[in-house]
Design a protein around this ligand. Structure first.
Ligand SMILES: Nc1ncnc2c1ncn2[C@@H]1O[C@H](COP(=O)(O)OP(=O)(O)OP(=O)(O)O)[C@@H](O)[C@H]1O
Ligand SMILES: Cc1ncc(C[n+]2csc(CCOP(=O)(O)O)c2C)c(N)n1
Ligand SMILES: [Mg+2]
Ligand SMILES: [Mg+2]
Ligand SMILES: [Mg+2]
Length: 325
């Protein structure tokens, strides 16, 4: 397929958002927002780093890459509205595979009423999918990592370690075992960002917030550093799916703290807002768990501590990092 035919084939027939002034078809897209702040985020997925033929069908490549970006919009307290896709395509990828990647993005975009408004297409050695998502938040109402305060309750949504368990199964287990643990495989391939929950939280006066892409060991440290506070997390309170108990304690420990890619949210709220947060979670069918508290301890601020087996140990930033060499 030629570049222009490809672009024509992925062009949407209509736009859902009235903010789209110009979509695909010119040098750049134009969106117009007058009453909200605009959130912009980009995350990139690279073949054999974020996905491989063993772990991810083309449909899931598109779905996951868009989910990862929408998750960052949720982590700012916003609503995703549109997306721009840059794709590097190796010769070996068929037209059908490429359509499937876009189909994966389209399916998730439909859930959030989002529009594909532009992108870029080039050929190259490895499939790379980079998505820029735009979102909106009421003026001045964005949620920052830096807003944790002393005595806050630390919470997480959902269960942690699921996606890492799914990845482990996809890389190491038989098809039969994968079928037996379909829940975990699906959590890796089709994560669902927590947009509806966070968009119901407008009455929570203050909240620090981050999404879990690299594992809470990383994300909690980002909150501790930017807020200059001490986070104390109780390991036994970290929520996990009941079937994670089928795996070794070491695997459970590693996956739930450093596995990443669950695209759940971690945040902190004041004690007085905790009941309200639980009510919102119930209303939006969101599992929420209190996993610890925020302290203001001048000689520990900027760090995270894990209470486990009657010991308090420093929880280092030990999740997935690029450029580690
Ligand atoms: N190459 C880059 N150029 C400019 N800014 C960058 C670059 N890489 C990251 N950033 C910025 O650094 C900050 C942290 O980015 P990071 O990618 O770690 O966050 P994230 O998307 O939440 O995490 P993850 O990539 O694991 O999903 C963001 O403000 C991001 O825009
Ligand atoms: C085939 C394959 N091997 C390993 C992994 C694990 N992995 C890759 S990137 C990442 C963290 C998030 O990345 P980023 O910081 O870029 O958002 C994790 C946990 C995977 N998903 N697929
Ligand atoms: Mg990023
Ligand atoms: Mg993030
Ligand atoms: Mg991200």
């Amino acid at each position: 397929m030629k570049e222009f035919d490809f672009i024509r084939s992925i062009q949407p027939d209509f736009y859902r958002q009235s903010s789209v002034v110009k979509g695909i078809g010119d040098d750049a897209a134009i969106v117009r927002h007058t009453n909200e702040d605009v959130i912009t985020t980009v995350d990139t997925m690279v073949e054999n780093v974020h996905f491989s033929s063993k772990t991810t069908e083309p449909f899931h490549i598109g779905y996951r890459a868009l989910a990862a970006n929408i998750s960052d919009i949720a982590a700012m307290g916003g609503k995703p509205t549109s997306y721009v896709v840059s794709i590097v395509i190796p010769d070996s990828w068929s037209a059908a595979d490429l359509q499937a990647i876009y189909h994966g993005m389209k399916e998730l975009a439909k859930v959030f009423n989002m529009d594909l408004i532009g992108g870029d297409t080039v050929s190259g050695e490895q499939l790379v999918l980079s998505i820029t998502v735009l979102g909106t938040v009421l003026k001045g109402k964005a949620r920052y990592r830096s807003d944790a305060q002393e005595h806050d309750i630390i919470f997480v949504t959902g269960t942690l370690g699921d996606a890492a368990c799914g990845l482990h199964l996809l890389l190491n287990a038989t098809h039969k075992e994968q079928d037996n643990y379909r829940y975990f495989v699906k959590r890796h391939q089709m994560p669902m960002p927590r947009v509806s929950f966070i968009n119901q939280c407008e009455n929570i006066t203050r909240m620090s917030l981050n999404d879990i892409s690299d594992g809470i060991a990383n994300e909690a440290n980002e909150i501790a550093e930017t807020s200059d506070k001490t986070l104390i997390i109780e390991y036994d309170k970290i929520p996990s799916h009941s079937r994670l108990a089928d795996f070794s304690h070491e695997q459970q420990f590693k996956w739930s703290l450093t596995g990443g890619e669950d695209f759940e949210l971690i945040g902190t709220v004041s004690e007085k807002d905790w009941e309200l947060l639980k009510t919102i979670a119930k209303k939006t069918n969101t599992k929420i768990s209190a996993i610890g508290t925020v302290r203001n301890d001048w000689n520990k601020n900027g760090t995270v501590w894990l209470q486990h087996n009657h010991q308090l140990k420093k929880l280092e930033k030990s999740g997935y990092t690029h450029l580690s060499r």
